[in-house]
Design a protein. Sequence first.
Length: 198
Amino acid sequence: MEGGNLSNGESSSSSSSVNKWVHNVWRLYQYYLDKTTPHANYRWIATFALVVIYCVRVFYIEGFYVVSYGLGIYLLNLLIGFLSPLVDPESNVSSDQPLLPTKGSDEFKPFIRRLPEFKFWYSMTKAFCIAFVMTFFSMFDVPVFWPILLFYWIMLFVLTMRRQIAHMIKYKYIPFSIGKQKYGGKKGAASSSGSRGD
């Protein structure tokens, strides 16, 4: 009986130490991930480098087109979430949720994305990492005629973007801050208080 209790105690302490180690690794990972949040340009440069590495690998081994097609469909889904508002004006939702303004006299409501930029970047980077790892396993290299997949993906992209752009035009929203009016802070108050020399 004592031997059985001893082995149970050892296994529970070893599983406890493994759980503690996994938890510490996860906290360290989350710490560094949180530190990248304000550095959007560097994050996107790193992701672009990962995309180039993935594309070069697929180009040189001339395979894994189904993996690339699945990755493309997933990225298209992420892009639609990134370009869409959190609350769809077409849906009949309760009036307590903020909707996009439809007239010039409507109150300004900021554009809130369905998929925020950080989550878009994180999901995209994770998807490329997973696809890159999949290129090392030959079971994912399904022989296909890749021009058909490419043509189908381009058609899907064009039709989806056309629908998304029509939605943007119909409800008069722009998911980017380019070309929008920017408001300055209280520059007059700061300069007048700074000019007081007496």
